[in-house]
Structures are given as C-alpha cells and as structure tokens.
Design a protein around this ligand. Structure first.
Ligand code: ADP
Ligand code: G6P
Length: 478
C-alpha cells in the first residue's frame, strides 16, 4: 500500500465530487455499488488502477457517509452530504450555476447566494477529508468544477502537500466568467494549487486572462504570480493544457473479444440488419447537442434521404441530474422528438429511432460502438468528449465513421473526423450524409489517423504528464 507503514496517510490522494462507485439502495433495503456516471470517473478509474492511493468523494446519495472501504487497490473515503447540501452544492451551484456558465451559457446560469454557501461548506469538508488522509508531502489531485475552492482551503490546512487541480470541462472566457458573483473567491480558491490543468490551451488562456483582468495578477507565459496571504513573498501557479484521454488498449482488447464481436452482430440483427446504423451515446445533457442531432436526422427522414428499416439510429441517453429543471425539460423535448419521428417515419417493427434512457456495462458499450457505421458526437460545448475517443478505440477493424462537433475538446486532436457545427442544421445534415456515403478507402484512412492519435495519447500518458508537471511546478514561495 502507499499508506505509510506507521499509518501516516497516503502519498496520492484523489479528490473528486463523486467516488468511482455510486451507492444504490434497492427497494428491499439491500445496498450495492455501481460505477458512477461520466467521463471523469471513466478516466480516473483507469489511471488509479495499479497506482494505489486514496480517493475522497461523495457516494451519490444524500445521507450519512458509508464507512471508508478499500476497492481495486484504492482506499475510498466517502464525504456525506445532507439532502440540503445535495440541493445547494451539487444540483444548485455546481450544476445550475457553474455547469451552464462554463458551457457558454447554453442555458442561463442561476445565481443564488444560498447555493454558494452550500458549495463553500461542502468544499471545506472535502478539503478537510483530504488533509486528514494525505501523508506528509503527499500529492493531492483535486478534480473539476465542483471543488474549485478546495485547493486554497487545503493549502491552509496542509501547506506541505503538493496540490494539482484538473478541470474536466471548459473554462469560459473572461466576459462570461465575469458574471459570477463569487468570481474572486473561485479564482482565489483555484490559486491555492501548484498546477492547474485544463483540457485545451484556450481554456488555460481564459483562466490566465481572468487572473489578469479580474484580479489584476501578473501573468508570464503559462504562470501567474500570487501574493502570499502572509504578505511575505509570492507563489507561482502554472495553468496549462493536458487533454484527457481513455484507456485505449484495454478498450480495444475488450472490443476484440469474441463475446463483444458476437454481441455487435446480434445488435445489428435485432435492429433488422440495417444497411446503415447510426449511433449517439451521451449523458442526457443539454451540452451534448442531442436535440440538434435529432432535428438533423428527422429532416433527413422527412426529405426521404434516409429511410428505416434500411437506416436506423440508436440513441443511448444516460439519465443525468434529473432533479435540475433544465435536464427535466431536455428529457421531455428529446422524448417528444423521438416519439414524433417514430410516429411519422417508423413502421410496425421498425422504428426510425431506438431510444434507450439507460446505463450499460463496458462490454455492451463496446459492442454498440463496434456495430455502428456512423457515430454522432454533436455537442454544443464539451470539455473533451471521451465517447468520441472510445468509438475510435473500439474500431480495430478500421471501419465506421466519426461525425464530431468542432465545439468539443476532442476535435482539436481528432481533426480527421467528419467535423461539424451542430448549430448549422443544413451543414450537419450534409456532414452526416458525407460520413454515410464516403468512399470506404477514405473512411479507413481517416479512422487509421484517428486511432493513431488516441493510441499515442492515452489516459496513462495524460496522468503521467500531469503528475510529472506537478512535481516540477514552480509552486513554492519565492
Ligand atoms: P461526460 O463526462 O460529459 O458524461 P464523456 O463523453 O467525456 O462525457 O464521458 C462519458 C462517459 O460515460 C464515457 O466513458 C461513456 O462510455 C460513458 N457512458 C455514456 N453513456 C453511457 C451509458 N448509457 N451507459 C454506460 N456508460 C455510459
Ligand atoms: C462530467 C463532469 C464530472 C461529472 C460527470 C457526471 O463528466 O465533468 O465531474 O461527475 O459529468 O455528472 P454527475 O453530475 O452525475 O456527477
């Protein structure tokens, strides 16, 4: 174990809003744990396999924290949130204020003082838990927008530890960030870290601009100089891009297994062996451009360009943040559209869109990817989008085609995809047709290039790069 023999604590502590597993209490009261949703957990679970350390996070339901337990070589330490804290910190400030603000205000962020109070209180609790678990001079890796106050809070509790923070989502322009009533406190919270990691260079640059323009802090290259609260000297904080990725090898390995290959064949068979199968896989989130995608698809059906049962779309939409109003509305709109499209264009036994509001295991996801001729990834804004990379990783056969929004972090790396602007419905229709009709040799060439990129920049490399940069981060008082 990385825990010191004398019980001093852990050399590596991951701090994320969620634990890698969610606690689920069944109707009969029995408790089981299942993988938490989202890209953060997908990525960090792979990173922590074989690394050992502690993970501080919430169990995904309100109430008392379960006792700490060990799982997969990690020590999992749950932070308990009351129902009120879930409403204020998680649903409110994290997902009704910060999430829309950081995703280009696709829906209007709501600013409520009581939500921020809950956020601050919960961040303090996470900081305390990390401080209690970290060994002397440990590395603490804080994650994402839900915990932006933790770095400074932790520094005050444990000045000896090295603190990194990584933002899995975009960081907005100064013009948008300036709306946030608590903008100074959030930036000061982040500046407690030694290294701040972002998905794209543009995100890191936005953050540095915020430091200059809103806090009048001097920046130089990718660093910002922060006065020490004692008034004695300064610290230097680095803000740089580390594009996240997936565990390409293990996913490809899974996709190659006979069971997954057979399941992919079975899926196509169950869908009526269509000539062309399109696939969308997203958390049911308004950032993912699901409505734009469905609109384009519905128009292609209405134009007579696509026709079931020859062409079929499968849309998997993972349930997400269902108590937040914008998510409830989105679900209604998506389900209305799917119903209308099937009513207008489906036939008995052959709907135009197969809609699945469910979670699946990794093998089923790999089979879906392997089965799909065209993968539709059309977010209006997305920090990275791991689904795009997963699709590519599964296509060891060099088949398939990826339609990818320009507004994803992934598009910066996967520029041989069929790139699209999801706001431009005509353009999106043209791109979908191009992906469906492209010459097979051309598609293969593109897929080969995409696969090379994902293989060479996998999640282990991402974590190694980040942790190596954290070790040499300027950080300490000058
Ligand atoms: P986000 O983090 O915003 O949800 P990403 O595309 O980066 O978006 O990551 C989503 C992760 O969740 C991927 O690893 C994907 O495989 C997984 N996922 C998405 N939908 C489902 C689902 N219905 N069942 C299981 N896993 C899913
Ligand atoms: C994105 C965020 C994560 C979050 C995940 C799932 O990946 O970057 O921080 O955990 O979505 O969202 P949820 O609200 O269910 O945790």
């Amino acid at each position: 174990m990385t825990e010191d023999e004398d019980g001093d604590g852990y050399d590596l502590v991951v701090v994320a809003n969620r634990l890698p597993v969610d606690r689920v209490v069944d109707d009969d009261g029995t408790v089981h744990w299942q993988q938490s949703p989202g890209g953060l957990v997908t990525a960090m679970e792979s990173v922590m396999t074989g690394r050992e350390g502690a993970w501080v996070g919430w169990s995904g339901d309100p109430g008392e924290a379960p006792e700490p337990f060990d799982d997969g070589g990690m020590h999992l330490h749950a932070v308990g949130l009351t129902a009120e804290e879930v409403a204020d910190h998680y649903e409110g400030f994290s997902n009704d204020t910060l999430w829309p603000l950081y995703h280009d205000v696709i829906v209007a962020p709501r600013y409520r003082r009581s939500w921020y109070e809950g956020y601050r209180r919960v961040n303090q609790r996470f900081a305390q838990a990390a401080a209690d678990l970290a060994a002397p001079d440990a590395t603490v890796w804080v994650h994402d927008y839900q915990l932006q106050l933790v770095p400074q809070m932790l520094r005050e509790l444990r000045p000896d530890v090295r603190i990194g923070w990584f933002n899995h989502i975009p960081f907005p322009s100064v013009e948008l960030f300036a709306q946030l009533p608590w903008r100074r406190a959030v930036v000061q919270g982040l500046l407690g870290a030694d290294l701040l990691g972002f998905q794209r260079r543009a995100d890191a640059e936005n953050f540095l601009r915020v430091c200059r323009r809103l806090l009048a802090l001097p920046t130089r290259g990718d660093t910002v100089t922060v006065p020490d609260p004692t008034g004695e000297g300064t610290r230097t904080v680095r803000a740089a891009a580390f594009p996240i990725s997936i565990d390409e090898r293990s996913l490809e390995e899974l996709a190659r297994t006979p069971a997954v290959v057979e399941r992919a064949r079975q899926i196509r068979h169950d869908l009526g062996d269509p000539e062309r199968l399109l696939l969308g896989v997203d958390r049911l989130d308004y950032t993912k451009g699901i409505r734009h995608r469905l609109k384009a698809y519905e128009e292609l059906l209405a134009d007579g360009v696509l026709k079931p049962p020859g062409t079929v779309l499968v849309q998997v939409a993972t349930p997400s943040r269902e108590r937040v109003t914008a998510y409830r509305l989105l679900r209604e709109q998506v389900e209305l559209t799917v119903g209308r499209a099937n009513g207008d264009h489906g036939a008995i036994g052959s709907p135009a869109i197969h809609y699945l509001h469910q979670s699946f295991d990794r093998a089923e996801m790999a089979a879906l990817y392997l089965a799909a001729d065209v993968m539709l990834v059309t977010p209006l804004r997305d920090g990275m989008n791991l689904v795009a990379k997963e699709y590519v990783a599964c296509r060891y056969d060099e088949g398939g085609a990826l339609v990818l929004s320009e507004f994803t972090g992934a598009s910066g790396e996967l520029d041989r995809a069929f790139l699209c602007n999801p706001h431009d419905i005509d353009g999106l229709k043209t791109t979908i047709r191009a992906a469906l009709d492209a010459d097979p040799r051309e598609k293969r060439r593109r897929m080969r290039a995409l696969r090379r990129r994902v293989r060479e920049h996998d999640v282990q490399r991402w974590a190694d790069d980040f942790l190596a940069a954290l070790v040499v981060a300027p950080g300490r008082p000058a």
